[in-house]
Ligand binder design. Structure first.
Ligand code: F6P
Length: 326
């Protein structure tokens, strides 16, 4: 027997569209199966500070279509200390919470892993991040929506790039992962994607310019993953201005616009399936795993594997971009 009566749910780290759909699925699946639910506001910070309220079905009405997270989120300094985690554990005991569902990215799941190990707690994670940088899952909640936001923005920038015959460097999020830049470039027909996964191996910008990439085109779009390793869009633009003054260069940093907005159907479906799976996982006695999806099958991925910094990126797509930008 799993011995669980009451499940706590929280969102942590950077918000991602679809987190609300996940909260809804977790809450209602838990209630349907006879569990009590406690919502924890402001992520682990709220767990440390005791921001915990009982949730009923109506608390998650009308949220499936909303971006952001109704539970709010935070990056907690206190939870990083052992004392902070002790307070969090005490609050769980006080509220009668036996298990946790944590929705967040790699930092949040790393925190969950440590907490679970120290206090012998059943915790299940859901991959909630636009970055798509968790291992063991083909995709993460929020990634598809962010990608679509990028596509809409880049399509608009293309209009002005073409009219003024300019070279645009467009910086997209992804911290140290190139998924948004790479697939964003494919989806917008960009000339190149500059991604951290290969930035130390190849001078992507140098190669691009040497190949005379826009000699017979009147505009060019390059998607750049935000990362110190790539130099970011500003860094690359500065380099082009110095080395190739013939280009009329502009920079757009899409920033937090990528994190907001109503989730796409794909993200709502993913979040709903994963939310349900989190409760199934707990009833099956699973602990310290993230729910992932591989070839459309839900899977359990140990936290230690999920947060490993080695999710493979499809490098062949770089060649596809190159070939199609002739
Ligand atoms: O991890 C999600 C993410 O959006 C990254 O892509 C980005 O680097 C980071 O969060 C930005 O964090 P913040 O909202 O704290 O500035």
């Amino acid at each position: 027997m799993h011995g669980i009566n009451c499940i706590g749910v929280l969102t942590s780290g950077g918000d991602a569209p679809g987190m609300n759909a996940a909260i809804r699925a977790v809450t209602r699946t838990a209630l349907y199966n006879g569990f009590e639910v406690r919502a924890i506001y402001h992520g682990f910070k709220g767990l440390v500070e005791g921001e915990i309220v009982p949730f009923r079905s109506e608390n998650v009405s009308n949220i499936i279509q909303l971006g952001g997270t109704i539970l709010k989120t935070a990056r907690s300094q206190a939870f990083m200390t052992y004392e902070g985690r002790c307070r969090a554990y005490d609050n769980m005991q006080k509220e009668g919470i036996d298990a946790l569902v944590v929705i967040g990215g790699d930092g949040s799941l790393a925190g969950a892993r440590e907490f679970a190990a120290e206090f012998d707690l059943p915790i299940v994670g859901l991959p909630g991040t636009i970055d798509n940088d968790l291992s063991g899952t083909d995709t993460t909640i929020g990634y598809d929506t962010a990608l679509n936001t990028i596509v809409q923005a880049v399509d608009k920038i293309r209009d002005t790039a073409m009219s003024h015959e300019r070279l645009f460097f467009i910086e997209v999020m992804g911290r140290n992962a190139g998924f948004l830049a790479l697939n964003g470039a494919i989806a917008t027909g960009a000339e190149a994607a500059i991604i951290p996964e290969i930035a130390t191996e190849v001078d992507q910008l140098g190669e691009l310019i040497r190949s005379g990439f826009n000699h017979h085109k009147n505009s060019s779009i390059v998607l750049v993953a935000e990362s110190e390793v790539t130099g970011g869009a500003m860094g690359l633009a500065d380099r082009v201005r110095k080395e190739y003054p013939e280009y009329d260069v502009r920079v757009t940093i899409l920033g937090h616009v990528q994190r907001g907005g109503s989730p796409t159907a794909a993200d709502r479906i993913l979040a709903t399936r994963m939310g349900e799976a989190a409760i199934t996982a707990l009833t099956e006695g699973q602990r310290n795993v993230m729910v992932g999806i591989q070839n459309d099958q839900l899977v359990y991925v140990p936290f230690s594997k999920a947060i490993r910094d080695d999710k493979p990126i499809n490098r062949n797509l770089l060649q596809t971009i190159k070939m199609l930008s002739i």
